[in-house]
Design a protein around this ligand. Structure first.
Ligand code: UDP
Ligand code: MG
Length: 204
């Protein structure tokens, strides 16, 4: 007998688009545009982790901080629990259940676990960009972001983790024909023109 699997949310009622790409690819910026025009709630895994890290009384604060500084992937239990809680809260507040999940999943175990236990994704929006541009953007952002990982040592580690750990996730979704790829090595408005084509076509 086939095992009965139930996810927290019904994929007919809850829409999830994963937004992936190297650090500095423009995920957050483009999610802001999509959210404005297509009625999505934007959940950034990195922002949720940073909020949890700062939260008084969090037992994960130090762990999160050290993983982020080293550009490593925080153990999935923490990130998935934060995402699931944020999704539940958003729906309780009356939102429709349309989510852009930005910067997640970036490791295969997270992708499998999230889709098995929370909800299956609709598709993956994947921003590609040259490493040269990514480095420029991150160093520029580092001048004002206050992020502990926008410095050259952390950035190098993040690039390596992206190639070794996160890229295989994109390949796995590609094998299922779920990746919509966009070149983000261009000005914000030009990139967004391409994003809009994808969302208009997906009837979202
Ligand atoms: N991170 C993580 N798991 C995730 C998403 C982010 O551990 O699912 C951590 C990881 O250390 C990463 C950092 O948070 O390098 C910053 O992620 P964010 O998405 O904010 O950075 P971006 O790639 O958008 O510049
Ligand atoms: Mg980001």
């Amino acid at each position: 007998m086939a095992p009965i699997t139930t996810t927290t949310f019904d994929p007919k009622e809850v829409t999830v688009v994963f937004v992936l790409g190297g650090p500095g690819a423009g995920k957050g910026t483009q999610c802001g545009n999509i959210k404005r025009d297509y009625d999505f709630v934007h959940l950034s895994a990195g922002d949720l982790l940073r909020d949890e890290q700062k939260r008084e009384g969090s037992k994960y604060g130090e762990l999160i901080q050290s993983y982020i500084r080293d550009g490593l992937i925080v153990p999935m239990e923490v990130t998935i629990a934060l995402l699931e809680a944020a999704m539940k809260e958003s729906i309780e507040q009356g939102n429709k259940g349309r989510f852009l999940i930005d910067g997640f999943p970036r490791k295969m175990d997270q992708a499998i676990k999230f889709e098995e236990s929370v909800v299956e994704s609709k598709f993956v929006l994947y921003f590609t960009c040259s490493e040269e541009t990514l480095l420029d953007r991150l160093l520029k952002r580092g001048e004002s972001s206050g992020r502990i990982d926008d410095n050259i040592e952390s950035i190098k580690k993040r690039f390596q983790v992206f190639k070794e750990t996160s890229y295989p996730v994109i390949e796995a979704f590609e094998a299922k024909n779920k990746v919509r790829q966009i070149n983000s090595d261009k000005p914000i408005d030009d990139v967004y023109d391409d994003v809009k084509k994808i969302f208009d076509e997906a009837l979202l």
